[in-house]
Design a binder for this molecule. Structure first.
Ligand code: ATR
Length: 311
């Protein structure tokens, strides 16, 4: 009887064949963009952006760079030095990068965070926050116009800042922010009120105020992590508060595709939208800023659907 083969340190991968040695079009002329964050291993941005480059037959690549907090300044300074055209920025660096940039957009200023850095022709570094515009673009892709809507935003963390800014800039009638830690909702409402004096900003405690706030809301947006894998039982709502069929419920959580919140909304006949489209559009806007070309949004959408097995 033969013994099962031992996997030892001597076992090596088989040598590549000649045709595998020059497998791609990565050359000295390849243009590089990417992502900095810490940690970064779960990001799907590399696949999504590289799918777009492949679709357009562009000799560009998008790589993920894990950058520990103490090396953010060096990493940002290195972007123009190495000839990168730009990077996306994710947690925990979205605020920290700002002091290392030459300029940033009014959106990044008001949100207080940068998720996209562009290395300009003159090698200056410009910051933007494409989360707000990405969210609004996805709403519009679902035929929802935020203008004039009475919005109810659950959560007052980093993503909520971008959503509230996006809604206000797109002309929402009012924005009510509910948060477990109500002081953060109060602070966010006050900050955004200073940028948008004509829009009615309110804040109230979550979940106590869900019942009252739900009554007047046209558009409800979950910006908390409640309901996200692996704790899919989380619900940023009150179980017994029903949705109306003229309400739109948008969940920034995109994994699972059908969160408990969206299930309840959908059962009650409301319009239920998951957050994967916002991820695609915030990426597409960054892609356009780097390349100067219109992004193949459909390809990026397809790539994310394949990754999450929703094809
Ligand atoms: P992000 O960048 O995704 O917005 P964040 O800044 O950490 O993440 O914000 C998380 C948000 O989810 C906060 O509004 C948080 O409420 P608190 O400010 O009270 O912490 C909210 N959140 C997270 N877990 C929650 C829970 N179990 N119940 C209610 N709200 C929760």
């Amino acid at each position: 009887m033969t013994e099962p083969q031992q996997h030892t340190s001597d076992s090596r991968r088989p040598d590549a064949t000649d045709s595998e040695l020059l497998p791609t079009d990565i050359t000295a002329a390849t243009t590089l963009v990417g992502l900095i964050g810490w940690p970064i291993t779960h990001s799907i941005s590399p696949q999504m952006h590289n799918a777009a480059f492949a679709a357009r037959r562009m000799n560009w690549r998008y790589l993920a760079f894990p950058v520990p907090p103490e090396r953010v300044a060096e990493a940002v300074a290195g972007l123009p030095a190495l000839g990168l055209r730009g990077v996306n920025v994710t947690v925990p660096h979205k605020q920290a990068v700002m002091s290392h940039l030459d300029r940033w957009t009014p959106a990044a200023e008001a949100i207080g965070a940068v998720n996209t850095i562009v290395v300009d022709e003159d090698r200056h570094l410009s910051g933007d926050n494409t989360d707000a515009a990405g969210f609004i673009a996805d709403l519009r892709a679902h035929a929802v116009d935020p203008a004039g809507k009475r919005a109810l935003v659950i959560g007052a963390g980093g993503s909520s800042r971008a959503i509230v800014y996006g809604l206000a800039e797109a002309g929402a009638h009012s924005v009510t922010i509910l948060n477990r830690t109500v002081a953060k909702a109060v602070d966010l409402a006050a900050t955004m009120q200073s940028y948008f004096p004509d829009i009615c900003m309110r804040s109230a405690p979550f979940p106590d105020d869900v019942t009252a706030s739900a009554e007047t809301a046209d558009l409800i947006v979950n910006c908390t992590s409640l309901g996200m894998e692996p704790r899919i039982e989380g619900l940023p709502w009150e179980e017994d508060v029903e949705f109306r069929d003229d309400q739109i419920v948008y969940d920034l959580v995109y994994n699972p595709a059908m969160t408990r919140l969206l299930q309840l909304a959908s059962t009650d006949g409301a319009t239920a939208i998951g957050g994967l489209g916002m991820l695609v559009y915030q990426g597409a806007i960054a892609w356009e800023a780097w390349t100067g070309e219109a992004a193949p949004v459909d390809v990026m959408q397809r790539a994310t659907n394949i990754i999450f097995d929703r094809a």
